[in-house]
Structures are given as structure tokens and as C-alpha cells.
Design a protein around this ligand. Sequence first.
Ligand SMILES: [Zn+2]
Length: 322
Amino acid sequence: MSPQGTTQMTRRGFLEATAVGGAVAAAGGEAPAPAQASAASTLAPPDDGKLRIVVFGAHPDDAEIRAGGIGALWAGLGHHVQLVSVTNGDIGHFAMAGGALAQRRTAEVAAASKVMGTHSLVLDIHDGELEPTLANRRLLTRVIRQWGADIVIGHRPNDYHPDHRYVGVLMQDSAYMVGVPFFCPDAPPLKRNPLFLYSHDYFQRPNPFRADIVVAIDPVIDKKVEALVLMESQFVEGGAMGKPNPALDDPAGRDKKRQGVREAFRRRFASVADQNREKLIETYGPAGKDVKYAEAFEICEYGARPNARELRRLFPFLPAKA
Ligand SMILES: [Zn+2]
């Protein structure tokens, strides 16, 4: 879509534009949802007083990996969580690419969201080609406004993958601007700057990730792992850097691989808990010692800076401070 076309888009126009080419789809946690029909409901959750959360990942799997657990916790309490892939993932496989792969991965994240109770949205930008442009700043601003977000989560701008980095930049660029009325005046501005959070990573330069909020995901770990294993193009077949594996042609071999994927993800989220044990004990008291699986987030200083009471409202599954 052209930047000029974008600026003049109405809400309806935005929905149509993001659905261009059929490689973009949104799906609801509950409703069985053909792409276009669900887009409208997904982009405007009901005004029911529940929290609204937008999680940006660069590719169809990033938001699910980094925030699928906290997303399922919010969703379990009736809050509205949209997991957004900013690119369509169309080069994320060693043996297939293009529209067919984008559609396959769009279906994978939709199926994953169904398990976690979240919603999924895949934007129509080529994988590996995301740029921090004004048009994309407008696009992310519109997604955040359409959802009416209280909380926005995305990558840090320090990351090995250029698409991840630019999601971080674009998220930062949208912070504050989401409330400025004459930026993208076609989409109603938010009345409050949301809380912006960075999702967890291990990169060290120029500065390492700082775990400000660590959430136990034990109650939803089974859901999260079952959702992730549905992304077979990535975790069973190996994604962009995979190799042909004849063992996967055999149903038993594929099942064995799936089991290995489940176990690897459990180890990964267990190690987030172990690395943040002190923070877990600070948050959960002595029960923090027994937390097995966690997700961690860093507060971005460009968004809202909530006090303890507001944090409690935004993260209702965390225990009240003694
Ligand atoms: Zn990615």
C-alpha cells in the first residue's frame, strides 16, 4: 500500500488494506474465522472494560514464543490479546517460500491463538524486508489504536535479526505518537499512552535485557507448548535454516520430533524462571521458589510509567504486594 493511500484511510479502509493479497489474516481465539470476516472483529475488541494488549513479533511465531504464556493468562481472565506478526513470514522455510508459505504460517499462528485464547494478525510485509519507515510507523500506530491498547509488547531494538530490530524501533516510534491526535488523524488517538514492554532476549550489546516484570506461566505452560508445536513449518521442519529430514515423512518420526520440540520449549521457559529466581521471589514471595516456567519483560521508558497500583490492574494474575 502507498503511504499516501494509507494516510487517507478510514477505519474500514485500513481493514481492507491490511487484507490485501490474501497473505494477511486475523483470527479470533473463539470464533472459527475465515481471514477477512474475522479481521473486523479482531481489530476492534468489544468495549467491555477488559484490558487490551497488543504483542508485536517480527515473524509468525515471535509473539507466541515471547508472550504466549502471559497472553494466555490475560485471555483466561477475559482480556483481549492480539498477537501481531509484522511480516508475513514468506521466506521462513528452507524448502518453500512466497504466498503459499505466508498462508501456511498465517494458519499456524491462527491455530496457535485458538489454543491460547488470543487473537492473531499477520501484516502483509515480506519477511526479511521490514524497514523502519514512516509508512510502517503509521501502520503500527493504527494497529495499536484500533485495538485500543493498554499494553504493547515487542522486541528490543538490539537483536540478531533486522526484522526484530525494526519491530523494536517501530514500536518505540509509535509510543507517545499513538496519543497525538494529528498523527494519523484517520484513526482515533488513544487517550492514554499505553505501557510499552520489551520481550525477553539474550543479546548483550549495547546493553542486556533487564527483567522488570517476570510472570510465572506454570498454569498455562501446557497450552503454550501445544500452541508452539503447531507451528510445524518452524519448529518441526526447522524454518529458514532447516534441512530435509526424511524421518519426518514417517508419522512416528514426526511425532517424535514434536515431542522433542515440546521438551526444548519447556527447558527454555524453565531457564527464564531459573535466571530470574530472585525477581520471582520478590514478586510471588516464597512461592517464587517453586515457579517452574516464566516469561520476562522490560519496561520501555517511552510509554506509561505505571505505579504499583496500576501494575496490579494491568497484571491481575500477579499477587498483591504484602
Ligand atoms: Zn523472528
